[in-house]
Structures are given as structure tokens and as C-alpha cells.
Design a binder for this molecule. Structure first.
Ligand SMILES: *Cc1c(COP(=O)(O)O)cnc(C)c1O
Length: 372
């Protein structure tokens, strides 16, 4: 039997970069900048340049970056933050860590991201921040979101963990909100060899505060200005990310090429739909989602044909046991719940070969016809 086509393989990328990665790690080992340190500072400068933001503060995870971003726009206990439930749960955790309440709004099926019309209706006197998520690497409709936020004087925080390098109206996402957050979890488009994340902002004062917060809120050694954290990035991860960053655009365009092939091949297949996206956005396809009413049967048939798939995310955040206290029931967010029930994620990573992509196309086409 042929080996299965993986949903994601990190092995191929590591293999291709192995000597340079090991050399970068050895340099940190030899100079002992293990916690923050010069390799992290260099990566921060490189990423700021790449994204077109004034300041990058590297942290130990994307979850910490979201937490830090919300603290930096002064979200406080009892406040509300408007976000979406169709996301990785960290988006909501960051709100809850502060003692604020996530107010979930429904998504636009074209992007699977925050629907600006739903946002407008959810704004209340307690709204302290707006937290849209560029899920799957697909930019959300930022223009009306920023316009609504401006009108109410509420800061926007972008969760760009899955969208690093994506553009909206020609500009990189993660550079629109007051403070934004991203992740370098190994499976992300720009992945560390371990954990990592970053806060992104144009505001120098906010960047200074975030850099203090990550190091126990020290203004100077042994003087702690507020409740602090150990959110420092490993020096080794900074060095690794500097090796990988110059490859990001190439990897993302290969993902777009694979996506074009998938989109062309799947148009018109019975009961299968794909993500439409926005005309003025350039996605980076962290995940390639398709939607089918018999998702679980579909995934099982693909697996029989040697094609692995994922589901992102089968239970939306508002229906998770951890958020039962919000009292939201099935039916509260119809688009979110339908997408969560029907989504499956096809193999998508830059090192997929054309032969493998063709294999996935054949398997999806056959499965669709079989389930007609
Ligand atoms: C991965 C991810 C995060 C969290 O990042 P970690 O580095 O894993 O903590 C937050 N939001 C979204 C949408 C993510 O995909």
C-alpha cells in the first residue's frame, strides 16, 4: 500500500532546513542567550520589517500574546470583548484570563471570520475591545470592522495566529489593530521548533509595557510595576524563526498555488463547498477547509483512500463545557455551528508534491460522487 498523504508534515520542512537550523541553535548554545537574548531581539526587528509594524514583542506563545494584547488595551475584569466562537479556544481564554467576558458573534461564511453586521449589533457600553480572528489564514472583512470600532472608540485586536503574511487591501494583517497577536506554534505557517508567539503594534508605549509584562513587569531589575508574567521567548526559538522567516513568502505562495488547484478542481462537485474569501484579500491558507453535510463519512472515506484530513473546529467555543456558564445553547450562532459541523481540512503544506495534490483531488472527487 502507498503511504498515506499526511494532513500536515513538519518532517519535510525540517529536513530541508536541517543544517541551517542546527547551526542557528548551536550559536545560541555557544553564546548562552537562552531567555530572550540577542537572537530574539534580531528576530523581532526582522518580523517588524516584514509585517510593516513599528514594534514586535516576542513571547512564549500565541495564547500569551493574546492575553498581553488585551491587557495592553486595558481590558479589565467585568468588561466585554466581542469575538467569534469559530476559532481555536485560546482566543476566548485570553479574555477569560483577565476576568472579562467573551461576547461571541456569528461569522460570515465567506471568510469564516467575524461578521461586521453581527459586531455592530453586539456593541454595548461594556465593550472594551473587538477581537476578530483571521481563521485558516483567510483575512476577515476588516474595513467595516475598523470603521465600527472607530465610531465607538473601541480598540481592535487582531488574532493573526493563522494568518502571518496574509494581506488585506495590500497590507499585511496583524498591522491593522491597535495591538495584535500571532503564534509560532510548530504547525503554524511560520513555526518554531517549540512554542512561541508575538505581540505586534505601532504604539511604542504599548510595546514597552508588553516587553515589561513578559519579564515580570520589571521596569528595572527588581522593580515590578504591576502584576507580571514569565512570557519570555526562548533564545533558540528566536534563532530558528530568523532562519525560517525569509522562506515564509515562498511557502505561502506555494500554499496559494495548491489552493488554486483545489478550488478549480472542486468547483461544481455535489454538496461540497469551499471558502469564497474576499476579492481584496490575499489569504495564506494555513488550513484548506471544505464543507460537506456528511463530514464524518467524508473523512472516513478519504482515510480509506489514504488521504488524511482534520476538522477545525468540530465544537465551537460557546458550546464547550468550559464556557457552559455563559448559558449559550445550540442555535445561538447558526453560521458558526453549521460550519463547525460540516468542515474538514484537506492536506495543505508547502512541501506537498503535485502528485500528492492530484491524489487528494481524485480522492475528494470520488468521495463526493460516492456520497451524492
Ligand atoms: C494557534 C492559535 C492561537 C494560540 O497560539 P499558541 O501559540 O498555540 O498559544 C490563538 N489563536 C488562534 C486562532 C490559533 O490558531
Amino acid at each position: 500500500m502507498k503511504p498515506a498523504i499526511p494532513f500536515l508534515s513538519l518532517a519535510r520542512q525540517v529536513e530541508a532546513l536541517r543544517p541551517r537550523l542546527l547551526e542557528a541553535i548551536a550559536q545560541v548554545v555557544d553564546t548562552q542567550g537562552f531567555a530572550n537574548g540577542p537572537a530574539v531581539a534580531r528576530f523581532e526587528a526582522e518580523l517588524a520589517e516584514y509585517l510593516g509594524v513599528g514594534h514586535v514583542v516576542a513571547l512564549n506563545s500565541g495564547t500569551s500574546a493574546l492575553h498581553a494584547a488585551l491587557l495592553c488595551v486595558d481590558v479589565r475584569p467585568g468588561d466585554e470583548v466581542i469575538t467569534v466562537a469559530h476559532t481555536w479556544i485560546s482566543t476566548a481564554w485570553a479574555i477569560s484570563y483577565i476576568g472579562a467576558t467573551p461576547r461571541f458573534v456569528d461569522v460570515d461564511p465567506r471568510t469564516c471570520g467575524m461578521d461586521p453586521r453581527a459586531l455592530e449589533l453586539a456593541i454595548s457600553p461594556r465593550t472594551r475591545a473587538i477581537l476578530p480572528v483571521h481563521l485558516y489564514g483567510q483575512p476577515v472583512e476588516l474595513r467595516p470592522i475598523l470603521e465600527i470600532a472607530d465610531r465607538h472608540g473601541i480598540p481592535v485586536v487582531e488574532d493573526t495566529a493563522q494568518a502571518i503574511g496574509a494581506r488585506y487591501r495590500g497590507q499585511r494583517v496583524g498591522s491593522f489593530g491597535r495591538v495584535n497577536a500571532t503564534s509560532f506554534y510548530p504547525a503554524k505557517n511560520l513555526g518554531a521548533l517549540g512554542e512561541g508567539g508575538a505581540l505586534l503594534t505601532d504604539d511604542a508605549e504599548i510595546a514597552r509595557r508588553a516587553a515589561r509584562l513578559r519579564d515580570h513587569a520589571q521596569a528595572e531589575r527588581h522593580r515590578h510595576l504591576e502584576l507580571g508574567f514569565n512570557w519570555r521567548m526562548d533564545g533558540i526559538q528566536g534563532a530558528v524563526l530568523s532562519v525560517k522567516l525569509p522562506h515564509l513568502d515562498g511557502w505561502n505562495s506555494r500554499r496559494r498555488e495548491i489552493a488554486r488547484r483545489y478550488l478549480g478542481a472542486f468547483a461544481g462537485l455535489p454538496r461540497l463547498s469551499t471558502l469564497a474569501g474576499l476579492p481584496d484579500a490575499e489569504p495564506i491558507w494555513h488550513v484548506f477547509p471544505v464543507f460537506h453535510p456528511e463530514r464524518d463519512a467524508f473523512r472516513a472515506r478519504l482515510a480509506e483512500r489514504g488521504v488524511q484530513s482534520g476538522a477545525h473546529y468540530p465544537t465551537p467555543v460557546h458550546l464547550q463545557p468550559a464556557y457552559a456558564s455563559l448559558g449559550l445553547r445550540p442555535g445561538a450562532l447558526p453560521h458558526t455551528e453549521r460550519l463547525a459541523a460540516t468542515e474538514l481540512s484537506l492536506p495543505m503544506f508547502p512541501e506537498l508534491t503535485d502528485a500528492e495534490v492530484n491524489e487528494v483531488v481524485a480522492a475528494v472527487t470520488e468521495t463526493c460522487r460516492g456520497l451524492e
